[in-house]
Design a protein around this ligand. Structure first.
Ligand code: UDX
Length: 444
């Protein structure tokens, strides 16, 4: 199939590369000429496991092309994906300018009956706006569909290639049969393609992200309660998650959720709810709880450093909002670092892949360490913000020897409290017993 993907961000790039991999002829277009030139040379704007190889192979084999000219590609495309950014506006609602600009270009250049898909996460009603825009410009029949993407950063290729489900909001038989054929290679394992009306498809993406964010905020708050009552959130998490109705994923407490999706989509869903006079009280509380949670690590550091971090040096392990990505968007590390800097602390940070991106955001206001051990050298405390594998089993003796004070604030519960205390650390984590109090008896 001839496919045009407009927007080479996370979603567009993954969609384009994966659809080329299944034999389609794909053009990925973007208005950013530098980005396109880099992609033509297999230089990716993001770090994503497996993606570079996929882009390289499919470019070499001629199935994947990068271009700034979406107009020409629109003329021959059978399927167009709109995968441009939807940044939050001032009130949290998604800004549709890029989506509608792309739709206008497509509309003006369509030359054959085409399926046009909104792939960006867009509020309910966007497909209608895209359809109206196309109708103003197109001279051939078109079919607007909503096809939300559920990929996770760090596992994007895997998620696209083997999705739990494909959600397709379609309103014509033509679109239904084209998309069933396009997605057939990805659902061979028996996972469903869920055809539905467009509004439901649009809302499904927000509902899924808000539900996952709810689980995290729920556990983050419970973790704080665990600390007060002497319970261990690890045990509670296992006990709760073993109920098949609940399931065990996305119940890990931490420094607050971040990334390009959860914070933005929770706010956008609240904006849609507000516009429609339907208060989503639970979702509003999820957002509030997360804002609070993003300060927990800072509060813990202040307490551990005798009430004042001014003049101290704090090592931070992990800058990306989660492992396997260099994405810094809404990372809890940024909230922590900004608070530390504002209070007069020095920050020395390490991250396996996100330091270049971090430098763009934080500049020279912090020091970047070449290794995790360099970061802790002479620091008064270590804050572990991102659960990268390389932080899971460090040489603890070396870390303790390097720290000026043996304080560790672990936002990801990577280490065992009793072991850390035995090693001579003052160890703080999230929702687990502190200060040598025994953890509850558990059978692993
Ligand atoms: C998310 C959704 O998972 C994906 O389906 C959607 O398409 C886009 O948004 P992503 O933002 O890449 O994907 O990251 P995800 O792995 O979901 O993590 C989001 C945040 O939640 C991270 O900050 C992560 O650290 C945090 N998290 C996740 C927790 O704090 N606890 C958990 O148990 C799981």
């Amino acid at each position: 199939m001839q496919i045009l993907v407009i927007g080479t961000g996370y979603v567009g790039l993954v969609v384009g590369a994966c659809l080329a991999e299944t034999g389609n002829d794909v053009v990925c277009a973007d208005i950013d000429a530098q980005k396109i030139a880099d992609l033509q040379n297999n230089i990716l704007p993001i770090y994503e496991p497996g993606l570079e190889e996929l882009v390289r192979r499919n470019q070499e084999q001629g199935r994947l092309r990068f271009s700034t000219d979406s107009a020409t590609a629109a003329a021959t495309a059978e399927v167009v994906f709109l995968a441009v950014g939807t940044p939050p506006g001032e009130d949290g609602s998604a800004d549709l300018r890029h989506v509608l600009a792309a739709a206008e270009t497509v509309g003006k250049n369509l030359r054959r009956e085409t399926v046009v898909i909104t792939k960006s996460t867009v509020p309910v009603g966007t497909a209608k706006k895209v359809s109206d825009c196309l109708a103003r410009h197109a001279r051939v029949p078109f079919h607007v569909c909503s096809n939300p993407e559920f990929l996770k950063e760090g596992a994007a290729v895997e998620d696209f290639m083997r999705p739990d489900r494909v959600v397709l909001g379609v309103e014509t038989d033509f679109a239904r049969s084209v998309l069933a054929e396009l997605y057939a290679p990805f659902v061979r394992t028996g996972k469903p393609i869920l055809f539905m009306d467009i509004a439901s498809a649009e809302l499904t993406k927000y509902a899924a992200n808000a539900m996952l964010a709810t689980r995290i905020s729920f556990m983050n708050e419970l973790a704080l309660l665990c600390e007060r009552v002497g319970a261990d959130v690890d045990n509670v998490r296992r006990g709760v998650g073993s109920d098949a109705r609940i399931g065990s994923s996305f119940l890990f407490p931490g420094p607050g959720y971040g990334g390009s999706c959860f914070p933005k989509d929770v706010k956008a869903l609240l904006a849609t709810a507000g516009d429609n006079d339907v208060p989503l009280r639970v979702v509003a509380a999820v957002h509030q709880a997360n804002e609070r949670q993003k300060h927990v690590m800072y509060d813990r550091l202040v307490a551990a450093l005798d009430g004042d971090v001014k003049g101290t040096r704090v090592a931070v392990w992990g800058l990306a909002f989660k492992p396997q990505t260099d994405d810094m968007r809404e990372s809890p590390a940024l909230t922590l670092i900004e608070a530390l800097l504002a209070a007069g602390a020095d920050v020395v940070a390490h991250d396996p892949v996100a330091m270049t991106h971090a430098q763009k955001v934080l500049g020279d206001r912090i020091t970047y360490a070449a290794t995790s051990y360099d970061a802790v050298e002479g620091a008064d405390a270590l804050a572990v913000v991102t659960d990268w594998n390389e932080y899971r089993h460090p040489d603890f003796e070396r870390v303790r020897g390097a720290l000026a004070r043996p304080i560790v604030v672990d936002g990801r519960n990577l280490y065992q409290p009793r072991k850390m205390e035995a090693l001579g650390f003052e160890y703080h984590s999230i929702g687990r017993p502190l200060g040598g109090r025994p953890a509850a008896q558990t059978v692993a």
